[in-house]
Ligand binder design. Structure first.
Ligand code: PLP
Ligand code: COI
Length: 329
């Protein structure tokens, strides 16, 4: 299965009225008609989230840490000066969309799931550079397999001289523009035969920031799981979960700190993690023409253990830490 190739029937739409969110409803209309002067078209006032629903062996449907997406979307809305979404609206939308499209949730196993895409856009005639007066919140979904091709085979990444976000810019939120900025460096990497880009910190270009659509983590030779500390990366829910599992289930040390690209050989294993990516093993990183391979260039032992744990939790095969799973009844 490719990434989100099949469209589902129902989506949810809600609008603001006088700056206040109103409860929304399901629709089968895939198109949105909004004013040509809408902020989202001209000034990029739009952001999105991504989360997944998994089917367990017994047929239950469960969401992985949706409360974290709820917190993050509101942090993003603060950053683009748009009204916060009430909890009741957020979960009404997610739950209704999953229930309505439940026949399209892939069966248990093999990394497949229903990817859920909430988003908010500023709409309405607005030529001045200022926040919109009206907003749309919508949620749609699609059945997906793994984001990076190749399952658990380790992929090759390359650093770039481009930045996706500024040092004190919008990298910490899922602003649409961050992804627009990433298309060109991604294309260059793809054309050169790489699976994706490793962004460096925009201020000094000496430290690993993240992968284009996932966070980076590495495992040192003495088994410490390390992830970059940076003001320009998205605080990944998967990364947070991996660090927790590494520490509390595998009994490993974890660190959130600077990861200098010139010191990349401190890691014997590496991975890219995110809702879409799940955990994608990184086989090598090429920087300034020099290729650094992790281990034998195959999935490392600890990366594999973390992957198995995460999948077991996604699919309900083992009990998740408290509060991580929300079942759709
Ligand atoms: N970094 C970027 C730029 C992303 O787009 C994503 C995807 O959401 C992630 C990291 C991973 O975050 P999460 O684990 O919350 O999906
Ligand atoms: C996600 O993992 O949810 C993402 O946002 C990655 C991507 C498909 C943009």
């Amino acid at each position: 299965m490719g990434y989100a190739l099949k469209e589902t029937e129902y989506r949810y739409r809600a609008w603001t009225k006088d700056g206040i969110w109103q409860m929304g409803k399901l629709t089968t209309n895939k198109n949105i008609t909004i004013h040509e002067g809408s902020n989202v078209f001209h000034y990029g006032q739009g952001l999105f989230e991504g989360l997944k629903a998994y089917k367990t062996k017994s047929g239950k449907i469960q969401l992985f840490r949706p409360d974290m997406n709820f917190i993050r979307i509101n942090e993003g809305l603060d950053r683009i000066v748009a009204p916060r979404i009430p909890e009741e609206l957020f979960f009404d939308a997610i739950e209704k969309v999953v229930e309505a499209n439940k026949d399209d949730i892939p069966e248990y196993g093999q990394g497949q799931s229903l990817y859920i895409r909430p988003f908010v856009i500023g709409q309405g005639m607005n030529l001045g550079v200022k926040p919109s007066e009206e907003y749309l919140f919508s949620v749609f979904c699609a059945p997906v397999g793994t984001y990076f091709k190749g399952g658990l085979s380790a992929l090759n990444f390359v650093t770039t001289d481009y930045d996706r976000a500024a040092a004190n810019g919008t990298g910490q939120v899922k602003l649409a523009g961050n992804y627009g900025a990433s298309l060109y460096p991604r294309q260059i990497a793809k054309d050169a035969g790489y699976a994706g880009v490793i962004y460096l910190d925009p201020a000094t270009h000496t430290k690993i920031d993240e992968v284009g659509a996932a966070n980076f983590f590495g495992v040192t030779h003495d088994n410490v799981v390390v992830t970059p500390k940076s003001s320009s990366i998205l605080p990944s829910i998967t990364r947070k979960s991996i660090l927790y599992l590494a520490e509390h289930v595998l009994g490993l040390k974890t660190e959130e700190r600077e990861c200098f690209i010139d010191n990349i050989s401190e890691f014997k294993e590496a991975g890219a993690c995110g809702t879409a990516a799940i955990i994608t093993p990184i086989g090598s990183i090429t920087h300034k023409g020099k290729k650094h391979q992790f281990g034998e260039g195959e999935v490392g032992t600890i990366v594999k253990k973390l992957y198995d744990l995460l999948l077991d939790i996604y699919y309900g095969d083992i009990e998740a830490p408290e509060g991580w799973i929300r079942e759709i009844k």
